[in-house]
Each structure stands twice: as C-alpha cells, then as structure tokens.
Design a protein around this ligand. Sequence first.
Ligand SMILES: NC(=O)c1ccc[n+]([C@@H]2O[C@H](COP(=O)([O-])OP(=O)(O)OC[C@H]3O[C@@H](n4cnc5c(N)ncnc54)[C@H](O)[C@@H]3O)[C@@H](O)[C@H]2O)c1
Length: 439
Amino acid sequence: MSNRRKFVKNTVIGGIGISLLPTAKSYSRIMGSNDRINVAVMGTNSRGHALTQVFIESDNVLVTQICDVDSLVIDKTVAMANEAQGSKPKGETDIRKVLASKDVDLLVVAAPDHWHAPATLMALQAGKHVYVEKPCGHNAREGEMLIDAQKKYGKIVQMGNQQRSGVFAHTALKDIQQGVIGVPYHARCWYSNKRQSIGHGKPVDIPANLDYELWQGPAPREDYRDNIIHYNWHWFKNWGTGEICNNGTHALDIARWLLGVDYPTRVTSAGGRYHVDDDWEFPDTQNTAFEFGENKSISWESLSRNGMPLFGQMTGTLIQGTKGNMLVNTNGYRLFDESGKPIKELLSDSELDTADLVGINKLSHHHVSNTLNAIRKGETLNSPITEGHKSVLMCHLGNIAQQVGRSLNTDPVNGHILDDDDAMALWGRTYAKGWEPVV
Ligand SMILES: NC(=O)c1ccc[n+]([C@@H]2O[C@H](COP(=O)([O-])OP(=O)(O)OC[C@H]3O[C@@H](n4cnc5c(N)ncnc54)[C@H](O)[C@@H]3O)[C@@H](O)[C@H]2O)c1
C-alpha cells in the first residue's frame, strides 16, 4: 500500500467523532462489518473520476463498474481504477445495465445535474444505496421525490456536499451552540471566480466517442452544439442549475445548518448577465436573500465572472451573531468579535483542499467514509437527503425568484411557493418521453 493510501486510511479511521448508535430502522440496512462494498460510478469526466479514487482509497471497497456515455472518459477512469486497486472495473455506457447487475451495492452519481434524481430513483428501485452529487435534483420537485423514494426503499442516500463531514464544521456547530457568537441571526454566503466565456454554440456532428442520446436521458431533446459537453451544461437550464446550485449549495448548506433553520418564508433575487455576451442562461451576478422565521436571514452572492475574493476567500459563509462573527472557509473557520477583531482561528491543514474542490481531498474522504459506515454500521449520515433537499431547495427558489423577477412568499413547512401559480409552475420540469422519473 502506498504511503498516501496508508495516510488516507489512517486519517479516515480516526473518524470525526460524530457517529451515533444505529436506530432500529437503520438496522435493516446494516451489512456485516467485514463485507466488501461494490461501487459503480456514473459520470467520471471530473468529479466522478476523483470520487472513484476516493472510494478506492477507502477500506474494503471495490469499484466494479465505471459508467459513462463518453468512451474516452470510460477508458481513462477504468485505467486509473485498474492501476489503483489492481482490479479492472467493467466499463459500461448504459446506467440501466449497471443497475441490473448484482455486483453493485452503491451507485455514485456524478453525471450532470439533470441526471441526479432520475438515476438515484432508478438505483433505489434496483435496491442500491446512492451517493448523489450536489445538487440532489435539477428542480425542487425532484428533491421531494428522492425523500419519498428513500423512505420507500430504505437505502442510504447521501448528498455529496462534503463540508458536512468536515471536523471543523462540527466544531463550528458546537461553538455556535455554546453561544460563542451570541445568537446567530444572519449569514452571508458567496462565490467568486473569473469564469471565461463559453461563446455561442454552433451545431456540429456528435463526436463518435459520445452517446448524446443517453447523455440527454431524462431531459427534453436539443440538437448537439459545440459548447455544452463537458462541464458547460452547468449554464443551460435544460441540464444545469447555475452557480447558485453549483457552488451556492455548499455555502448555503453550511449557513442553514449553523443558523439552525429549515425552510424560508420569503425569497428575493436580483442580478443578471452583466459581464460577458455568451450562451449562459443563468445570471453571472446574483444576490439572493432568504428570510426565515425567528428573525433569521441568509444572503447569497454569485460572482461568477469576477475573481475578487470577499474577506480573502473565493467562497465562504460568514455567520453573524449578537456577540460576534464566524467566518467559515472550506478548511476551517475564524471567530471575530462584534467589531471585527480576530479572536480565534481554527484552520486545519488536514481538512484542506481549498484550491480544488473537485480533487481527492480529506473532506471527500470523510464524507465517503461516513457513507460507507452508514451502510455497514448504521452510522448517522452527515448529509441525508432530507437535509440535502432543504439546502438545494433554497438554490432552486433563488433561481425561480430570479426568473419570475419578484419576491416569493414560501411555506416554512415545506418551502412551497404561496399564492403564485406562475412561480410554482417552475417547481418541476417536463421530461423526455419515456424517461419520466417515478418514486
Ligand atoms: N461535491 C463537489 O465538490 C463537486 C465538485 C465538482 C462537481 N460536482 C458535481 O458533480 C457533477 C459532475 O460535475 P463535473 O464537473 O464532473 O461534470 P462533467 O461534465 O465534467 O462530467 C460529467 C460526466 O458525466 C457523464 N455522463 C453524462 N450522462 C451520463 C449518463 N447517462 N451515464 C453516465 N455518464 C454520463 C459525462 O459524459 C461526463 O463524463 C455535477 O453535478 C457537479 O455539481 C460536485
């Protein structure tokens, strides 16, 4: 075993001290602790490739299948996995075939956003556990379907917002609960990046290595263009969900968790495409405000085309309390008094990979370890779909408020939009015929 692998395993075995005893319900899905967990990864161009490595570096895991609709991507990840685990996973194009096979216990979904919920539902129906990347759905309705399906099939569904498994995040929560910044009442979240233009797409032939029909899957069909695949689909509404769901999910989830709030009562969004003339369909600059009951609020700022950091951080969450402030990064946090004077710093190198969230970082190892422990020992999930949905819903509501151009009043019980049929019509989506997801 390489030093790196040993190091990672030791770090993960150290655990993050937040395991709870299994509940009676969770016993039904517990495996013997020596059982190997067979993993299939769907979508391995970038994040899925990194997650394949993380799973391989975890104890008693075998990656048995790599599923992608791009044959070049399959070849790349199969070769890496073969080298890393000494066993060659099967490469497969069609997720339905992967789910039909008995050698898969857990499906990792790292395909584009329009596939997240449909693939998760198909996997649950096939009796698999799921690690689904954020955002858990392309729209609000899909998150609700995942909650229903998780209850129905009783398998693990962990969302891939790995900061939830950071040691520092749990310490931050404890600090807040002990009143270190008084009563927390407001959070500011942001992401800044100088993203380049994606230009204006031209119709071109579909590359021979790509199955574009399966890439589209549940999404209504659009002609192939040269500026969608890979990655740039993020900025088109048919497949992507914009910066708020892409990077906002991480920061907003931390804010919602540390403030202790669930669903908002009002959502307002301002912004637009101010910077670059290209095919983006989402704002490149967006300010979204969420009000909750109990005098609490959260704001989100997307600065997709301006790399100016805020508080020295490209992304983050600032929690403001009656007696001080907590500035959370992806690897730790700092405490300040009411006037902004620094009080304490908890930054951990061992958590770190601030520069590359796609990479194989410690947070991802902690999060994967928590997922595997949940399957094997009934450990409490750090980002169960019930919680993941609430944070992702904030992002969808921000997109809806932005699209309709007015404030939304929302139900604090479930986040549904009140007295606005046009906005509520954007709660779900239409699907390609034959691909409509069911619970
Ligand atoms: N948690 C994190 O920190 C983090 C970081 C990066 C990305 N992500 C998430 O991971 C997902 C993937 O992002 P990315 O940047 O890797 O995108 P990408 O476009 O680079 O890769 C997506 C891959 O999915 C494949 N794919 C598409 N349809 C498929 C299908 N039907 N079956 C199998 N494979 C299919 C594509 O061919 C491609 O290889 C996104 O939803 C993103 O939000 C999470």
